[in-house]
Each structure stands twice: as C-alpha cells, then as structure tokens.
Design a protein around this ligand. Structure first.
Ligand code: SAJ
Length: 446
C-alpha cells in the first residue's frame, strides 16, 4: 500500500475507469486533467470511437465536459477501449457501471459482475479497486469482495485493496458536482480509505469523508431514499389540500417558514435514474432480515401514483366541460424526468401517456429537450382538446396560458407541477387545475 500511495501522490499511478457513462466519463476526464494516465473500458464500441476522437457521447448540456474531454484525449492522457487486457498495468481501477433494480425491486448486478469477472484475471498485484456505482448495503462484503478474490486469485488487504466511493452527480452539472460536492470514501480498511482520500483529493475540492464500506453504501442509498420520502410527503399533503380546499403551494410556503421544515415540491411524479431506484437498493440491504420496512415502500407507492392522479385531475376538468378522455387529443407538455434535461429515464410522463392511451385518448407530446418531441409549442398543440403540464421546463414557466388556451379546442389546462398556480388572473379565459389545489367548479366556454 505504501508504494501505491507514493504513486498516487506523484500521479505516476496508472488509472482505469470501467464504464464511461454519465459518471465514469467525467471522472476519467478529471483524473486525466489532474495529470494521471487514464484508460477507460467501455462496452459500446461506438462510444469508444467517439471518446478517442475527443468527442463526448453524453447528451444534454454538460458545461465544460466536451472541451475537457477533447483536451485530455489530445494530450494522450485519456484513451478508451473495449479490451480489458489493458488493465494489466493499472494501479487503480474505478468501476462505474449501471446497477438498476428490476420490476420486483431486486438489484440487477449483471454489469457489475461482468466487469469483475473480466477484471479479476488481469488485475495486477497491489491494485486498488473502487466501486463508484450505487449498491445495496452489504454488497461490497457479500458480493464484490468474494467475487473479486475468486476471479483474481488474490486476497483483499494482502495483494488487492478494495473500496466503495459513491458518486453524487446530477445531469447538467456532472463536472461541477464531481469537483464541488463532498464524497463518502468507504475502504475495506481505514488505510485503504485514507489512500482513497489521497486519490480523490486530486479532483474533489470538497470534503472527503473516510469510513467503511457499509457506511458508504448506507449513506448513498439513504440520501436518495430521504429525498423520495420527502417528495412523497409533499405529494400526500397535495392530495389532502385538494380534498379539503387548501392550496398546497401556499401551505408549503408557510410550513417552510417554521424552523427546521423543508417541505419538498409536490408534482406529477418522481423520475430519473437515482431517486426511483436507490430506496429499493436500501431496502434490499435488509432483505431476509426482520426489519419491517413500511415508510420506504409507501413513499415509492405515493410517488408512483402521481401520474395517474394527474390523469384523474384531467378527467375531472374535462367532465366539468361535459367532455371525456375517449378520443380526446391531449397536449402533454414535457417528457423528460426533470426540468431543463433531455433525460427521459423513468419519466412520469411515460406513465401518464400510457394511461391516457389506455383510456382512449390520443396524447400529443411536446418537449423542447427530447429530440423526438421538439417543435414550435403552439403549432404542436393546436389540434388538442386540453393540455397537461408535466415538467417545469423554463419555456412552460414563461408560457402565457391565455395564448395556450386559445390554441386548444377547449380551454382546459392541468398543471402537474403547479408552475402557474399564482399566475392565473381573474380574467383568465381558461379552466386551470393545479396539483395540490382544490378543483374550483370553473365553467369553461366550449
Ligand atoms: N422532484 C419532485 N419534487 C421535488 C424534487 C424533485 O417531484 O421536490 C422530482 C423531479 O421532478 C424528478 C425527480 O423527482 O422527476 C428527481 O429529481 P431530483 O431533483 O432528485 O434529480 P435527480 O434524480 O437527478 O437526483 C439527483 C440525485 N443525485 C444523486 O443521486 C447523485 C439526488 O441525490 C440529488 O439530490 C439531486 O440530483 C440534486 O438535486 O442534486
């Protein structure tokens, strides 16, 4: 370990990153920029070619990433390949592969297992392996360590070192978060954790908190389960407000004036690659143990029900005008899972669109960031009967609802993100329904 620490300190350590996705690629680029020789292992050959041309395969607006990638590839400090043989001379290997959960909320570690299966036989003596992917508590001890020892024939903390350092990136701020957000650094031994801290100090300007692997696994999954439960609470309060005549946006504003309250934003649902998945990874950590998990599954159920609730609000708004969803053309504003993003993974809009179709309606989808749904908004929606706002994209926040309503056959707008809950004026010529606000019996001109 002493020799490795010296090589990390003087940056002569040779690094590798397995999985050049939205986490692995910026991590590889930052270590290369810091002065390390980095090679990236990527299963998709087309991405390998793009990266070796200095071009970023990551969609969406990622400030600084394309320029950084071009710079470090041109400098010869980062190259990509599909061939694991190049890892024979690597001192530190980061693993950044996907760790999804299936429909039964069971973690799918195929990519992680395959990367360890391929890495083991070529791992050099004294190498440090760091799993950055999000994994269920206990995975390092119960799966990663035994599999890596078996495949490499080496022994942890003897001729092989192992740690878990979860990432805290967010699409749109990949480089910024990697450099400025603190990280939990879990090592199989305190010495390994300290060596990892010295490594990450080369790219992370924020706190690096050394600990053990189980703590690192727990912190990462807990921080996202925390967010999911907070959002679910906001959504449940929204349903209460609709039923009793409140305005959840006003309630939230006043609740958050109470010290120590941070009520999150209710809305049309919770999407993305982290929040819907990580609570299930946390829950999986206690599978088979007698821990009565009630809050985590309940929060997931509340958040997963919100797209259907938005459909219910739409059906009620149409019914007031004597209309129904059958054969109705419904403008769906926003298809990505998050404002100002092109990422559609686990998008609530996907659930809403499926339900609308099941009810006989024809959704007309618009999203300024998602390739297949781009277009001039008012042009796209002009043949629609009503509109549903599903994502708080800036373009929708700036929208004049009177103009939007004038393009619809029936001036009916359901706002799944409440972005216009304060802008509807008395002279409005449309029916407006925000999630979390009691439906007012508005009569609409049809
Ligand atoms: N959402 C709500 N109400 C809220 C906040 C979010 O309905 O109050 C919805 C969003 O519309 C979206 C989903 O939840 O559909 C997730 O939104 P997010 O803001 O949590 O964005 P993510 O999924 O990119 O979360 C990531 C997470 N980062 C990592 O896992 C490394 C999360 O831990 C961060 O808190 C979040 O980025 C962030 O805001 O940085």
């Amino acid at each position: 370990m002493e020799e490795l620490r010296k090589k990390i300190d003087n940056k002569s350590a040779k690094l590798a990153v397995i999985g050049l996705g939205y986490v692995g690629l910026p991590v590889a680029a930052l270590f290369a920029e810091a002065g390390f020789d980095v090679c990236g292992i990527e299963i998709r050959g087309d991405r390998v070619d793009l990266i070796n041309q200095g071009k970023s395969p990551i969609e969406g607006n990622e400030p600084g990433l394309a320029a950084l990638l071009s710079k470090v590839v041109r400098a010869g400090r980062l190259n990509a390949t599909t061939d694991y043989q190049v890892l024979r001379d690597r001192d530190v290997i980061l693993i950044d592969v996907e760790t999804p959960v299936d429909d039964d909320h069971i973690p799918q570690y195929d990519a992680l297992r395959k990367s360890i299966d391929s890495l083991g036989p070529v791992l050099r003596n004294g190498a440090l392996v760091i799993v950055e992917s999000t994994i269920a508590p206990g995975t390092m001890n119960d799966m990663v360590q035994p599999l890596l020892e078996e495949k490499s024939g080496k022994k942890i903390n003897h001729d092989l070192y192992l740690g878990n350092c979860p990432e805290r990136v967010m699409p749109g701020k990949l480089l910024q978060n990697l450099e400025s957000v603190s990280r939990v650094v879990g090592g199989m031994t305190p010495e390994t954790a300290q060596t990892m801290v010295e490594l990450y100090h080369h790219i992370v300007k924020a706190d690096l908190d050394p600990t053990d692997c189980i703590t690192a696994e727990l912190v990462k999954t807990t921080e996202n389960a925390y967010r999911d439960i907070q959002i679910a609470f906001a959504n449940e309060v929204a349903l209460i407000c609709e039923a009793v005549g409140g305005d959840v946006w006003k309630v939230r504003e006043l609740v958050n004036k109470s010290p120590g309250r941070q009520m999150h934003l209710p809305g049309a649902g919770v999407g993305g690659h982290c929040i819907p998945k990580d609570p299930w990874l946390l829950a999986y950590g206690v599978k088979g143990k007698s821990v009565p998990l009630r809050l985590i599954p309940a929060a997931r159920a509340v958040n997963d029900s919100m797209p259907d609730h938005i459909v219910d609000l739409l059906q009620s708004a149409l019914a007031i005008a004597g209309l129904g969803l059958q054969d109705a053309r419904i403008a769906v504003l926003g298809y990505s899972y998050l404002e100002e993003s092109d990422d559609t993974r686990n998008s609530p809009s996907e659930v809403l669109v499926k339900r609308l179709r099941e009810l006989g309606a024809s959704p007309v989808i618009h999203d300024p960031f998602v390739e297949q749904y781009k277009g001039e908004l008012l042009e796209c929606i002009k043949s629609c009967d009503a509109a549903v706002i599903m994502v708080a994209h800036t373009i929708y926040q700036k929208l004049d609802l009177n103009i939007l309503a004038s393009r619809l056959h029936h001036p009916i707008i359901v706002d799944g993100r409440g972005i216009h809950h304060t802008t509807r004026g008395p002279g409005a010529n449309y029916s407006y329904q925000s999630v979390g606000v009691k439906p007012t019996p508005q009569v609409t001109q049809t």
